[in-house]
Design a protein around this ligand. Structure first.
Ligand code: MN
Length: 232
């Protein structure tokens, strides 16, 4: 049997320190998972359960470690925001995964950016429309190399930061998350059956802001290296 069109290429993230890659199935993203960021977006961090949205898997941009890659500024926005996030990659799936077992499902962790057409997201919120135009732009999910949990463990704390042209714009600690990685996996798995290849963007701390063409973003997480992207 022949395929009638070329098979679309799945995204695959490089595994740090090896020639291996991690093929991506789905990309889940958690919203408002750091208290100070929930407040800056007009939410109440104390009472809201986590909520999720998705990016298309082919919206990921693979960013090798070291050096600076070009990141295309997307069309139809004049307020394109960075959100530094830890990305969690699953090697095991399941339904209704208990919190205490959730981290056994993690392959590894990486530095990622949930790039957002904030003007389009704000308009969608106002009009009670879905978020895809704001959140799912092509290339809107830059991700660095994956660090296997078998090598680095499961980071529950550590510095997470983003700078633009050398000026620090976001700076927090992974321990500031409202919902832990284990809780996110458990919660998500009550709504969706999770599979190997699923990745989760675990939310961004406060300080999100706009970038323009010509600026360079550097995102770093303690133990997971740094990614650098020049907006073009
Ligand atoms: Mn985000």
């Amino acid at each position: 049997m022949a395929t009638v069109i070329p098979v679309p290429q799945a995204s695959a993230l490089p595994v740090a320190g090896s020639g291996d890659v991690f093929p991506v199935r789905r990309v889940y993203c958690v919203g408002r998972n750091y208290a100070a960021h929930a407040r800056e977006m007009g939410g109440d961090p104390t009472r809201e359960p986590p909520f999720f949205f998705m990016k298309p898997a082919d919206a990921l941009q693979v960013v090798p470690e070291g050096g600076t890659v070009d990141h295309p500024y997307p069309p139809k926005t004049s307020n394109y925001h960075f959100e530094i996030e830890m990305v969690v990659a699953l090697s095991r799936g399941g339904r209704d995964i208990p919190v205490e077992q959730a981290l056994d499902h993690v392959f590894g962790y990486a530095v990622g950016l949930d790039m957002t057409r904030r003007d389009l997201q704000d308009e969608a919120k106002q009009l009670r429309r879905p978020w895809e135009l704001g959140k799912a732009a092509d290339h809107s999910g830059p991700v660095g190399p994956l660090y296997p949990a078998s090598r680095i463990g499961h980071p529950a704390g550590g510095a997470i930061s983003l700078s633009v042209d050398g000026a620090v714009r976001q700076q927090a600690d992974l321990s500031d998350m409202i919902w832990s990685v284990a809780e996110q996996i458990a919660y998500l798995s009550s709504y969706f059956e999770l599979f190997p290849g699923d990745v989760i963007f675990s939310g961004t701390p406060e300080g999100v802001g706009a970038v323009n063409r010509g600026q360079t973003m550097a995102g770093a997480i303690e133990g997971l290296g740094e990614i650098r992207l020049r907006v073009v």
